[in-house]
Ligand binder design. Structure first.
Ligand code: GDP
Length: 632
């Protein structure tokens, strides 16, 4: 007997555990110590996946806890903790860095151990890595060119001939030959995208501000990013060759953002340059080195296996995957087995910015690496693996994790709709996009910028897939399946693929300028918003006399006081300042004996309001129409 009873009790307990009813919904429940790990930035849908629950129920539970969130919105740690406590789970939020660390430790590679153990004497000075940031058209590209050419002037054989996403120059500073590495990728978007993925590559930011234009929105954005990343800034006041250049004004404006020039008692170096004339480029390089020496301790151990970040990558027809990596510590050598993001391989050859083969690359050195089996993403970290097998396994695990993440994204779409129905909170329109680009830097930059477009809650933009290389049949199939538009950034759908897309009605849009892509997508999103209407008054007429007609009902003999009265428009009747009737219509309009379509201000007319006959002398008839409000 006792046995049976306790079994039943246990069963009851179990059932209660399984299905607590909170606000009328049931959610599988933990026992208080059940640990659930979610990635930083996860949503209720991600969490629901892990505990086998319905995301909509979790939304309801959260509402009962006094928090509002949609199923796909990313939640902060506190909200997860609150939800976990309610449902009996201990929720651990893991950062991408933690995940990396765990992944590697499962291969017996300790990402922290080495640097912690490093002796001071192992560390050697390394060149600063510089990113040029600033508002569009202020001269970032031109400045990077000018710096590149300064190097040629210094006598480097052949000059910098290859755009590999980064380059290194040498300059004489205090009688020493010093190197500086410049990241040469699409502006600060790439910087932001890399930073968002946890890769810190930049030591110093050069903030370019055009002296004839001043501080602009992206100037502020760039400096916010640099300051948030704790990266010292050198300001290049550009275009000083222009007659309307006002470099002092730039210094003045930037004081508001805590960038105070040295000459005003601050610690930020401002250098007036002309990228076009190649003027003061040396001084700018000087300022970068002075700032690096004063603010940073840039040292790394070159005598170990290399680690760093992929900053640019593309698929080359002849050479396969080509990735530019920045070595951050250790030395990378031809023949090393490496893993970069979900790509792995053996370094077959390395090329520098002069197009020359190099055998090894030490800290702060950017090199193009050939030999990876697939294309890594900008911002992916790379490291030399102990052996090929480990490299492949790490890459495979990362790829599986990526796939999982994009599957979760694809699922979100559906659950979002379910949720919306459940909450009956008006339908959310979704624009699905697939991004393809020539280099990973631009794909990341585009994705980052697109996700920042905000046209309100009614319309949602989702990037369901992204990648480097031509638009494939796979991309087109996915677009068909999920009603997505494909964005080709400097890449196309070729031959048969273009035909398939055409035949299946898959929209492919081609761009080569990021801003243009963003503008058009933003316009498309706005176009998806439901139209908003506003009432526009068309005219008023005062009733002077009421004629009774057996055929038409009452006719108001009126004079048009303002605007015009048009047949067929909506009207209301106002008596002594009070609306007597709404939703009327000008159903008949006459001048003398003729039917007319409109009567202008100052003219008399006969107005018929259909079945509505309660018209008195002195009444005012107002007409209006609804016009679509343009979105701003
Ligand atoms: P980015 O969008 O910041 O990369 O700007 P660009 O480098 O493409 O430069 C935008 C425009 O400004 C181009 O037409 C450049 O030729 C011009 N420009 C850049 N630097 C200078 C300069 O020092 N003086 C003058 N007069 N024009 C410049």
């Amino acid at each position: 007997m006792r046995g049976r009873k306790s079994r039943r009790a246990k069963r009851q307990e179990f059932e209660q555990m399984q299905a607590p009813s909170i606000g009328g919904v049931s959610v599988p429940r933990g026992d208080g110590s059940t640990i659930v790990r979610v990635r930083r930035g996860s949503s209720l849908t991600d969490f629901a996946d892990k505990i086998n629950a319905d995301p909509a129920s979790l939304v309801t539970v959260l509402i009962h806890l006094g928090e509002m969130a949609t199923a796909t919105q990313s939640l902060d740690e506190d909200t997860f903790r609150l939800l976990g406590a309610e449902l009996g789970y201990e929720i651990q939020v893991v950062s991408p860095e933690d995940e990396e660390r765990e992944l590697f430790s499962s291969f017996n590679i300790d990402l922290d151990a080495e640097s912690a153990e490093e002796d001071d004497e192992d560390l050697q000075p390394r060149p600063p890595v510089v990113t040029v940031m600033g508002h569009v058209d202020h001269g970032k590209t031109r400045l990077l060119d000018a710096i590149r050419h300064a190097e040629v002037a210094e006598g480097e054989a052949g000059g910098i001939t290859q755009h590999i996403g980064a380059y290194q120059i040498h300059t004489n500073h205090e009688d020493q030959d010093r190197a500086i590495t410049f990241i040469d990728t699409p502006g600060h978007e790439a910087f932001t995208a890399m930073r968002a993925r946890g890769a810190k590559v930049t030591d110093i930011a050069i903030l370019v501000v055009a002296a004839d234009d001043g501080v602009m929105p992206q100037t502020i954005e760039a400096l916010n990013h640099a300051q948030a990343a704790d990266v010292p800034i050198v300001v290049a006041v550009n275009k000083i060759d222009k007659p309307d250049a006002n470099p002092q004004k730039i210094r003045q404006q930037l004081t508001e953002y805590n960038l105070i020039a040295e000459e005003y008692g601050g610690d930020t170096m401002f250098v007036d340059v002309s990228a076009r004339e190649g003027q003061n480029i040396d001084q700018l390089l000087e300022a970068v080195l002075l700032t690096a020496d004063a603010a940073l301790d840039l040292r790394a151990n070159p005598d170990k296996d290399a680690r760093g970040v992929a900053i640019e990558a593309n698929l080359d027809r002849g050479r396969g995957a080509v990735a530019t990596v920045l070595v951050q510590s250790g030395t990378l050598r031809v023949g090393d087995g490496i893993v970069a993001g979900s790509a792995h391989g053996r370094v077959r050859a390395m090329l520098d910015e002069h197009g020359d083969n190099v055998q090894e690359a030490g800290p702060s050195r950017p090199v193009q690496v050939l030999g990876l089996a697939s294309v890594p993403r900008a911002g992916d970290t790379f490291l030399v693996a102990p052996d090929d097998r480990t490299a492949r396994q790490i890459a495979e695990k990362r790829e599986a994790a990526d796939r999982q993440a994009s599957l979760a994204k694809a699922r979100k779409r559906i659950s979002l709709e379910d949720l919306t129905e459940a909450l009956a909170a008006g339908k959310v329109e979704t624009l699905n996009l697939i991004l393809k680009g020539d280099v990973s830097g631009s794909v990341e930059a585009l994705e980052d910028a697109l996700l920042q477009i905000d046209v309100g809650d009614e319309v949602d933009l989702r990037i369901i897939d992204r990648g480097v290389g031509a638009i494939t049949l796979n991309n087109i199939n996915l677009a068909m399946a999920s009603d997505a538009i494909i964005i080709g950034f400097n890449v196309r759908a070729e031959g048969q693929n273009a035909d398939v897309a055409d035949r299946e009605g898959v929209e492919i849009r081609y761009y080569s300028v990021i801003y243009q892509a963003i503008e058009e997508i933003e316009a498309a999103l706005k176009g998806m918003l439901k139209p908003e209407f506003e009432e526009v008054q068309l005219g008023t007429a005062e009733v002077r006399e009421v004629f009774r007609s057996s055929k038409f009902g009452n006719v108001a003999g009126s004079i048009v006081r303002s605007g015009e009265i048009r047949r067929g428009t909506k009207a209301r009747l106002v008596r002594d300042g009070t609306v007597v009737s709404e939703k009327l219509e000008i159903s008949g309009l006459r001048r003398f004996k003729d039917d007319v379509t409109e009567v202008r201000e100052g003219f008399e007319c006969g107005i018929n309001l259909g079945n509505f006959n309660d018209i008195k002398v002195g009444d005012v008839i107002e007409t209006h129409e609804l016009r679509e409000k343009p979105r701003t």
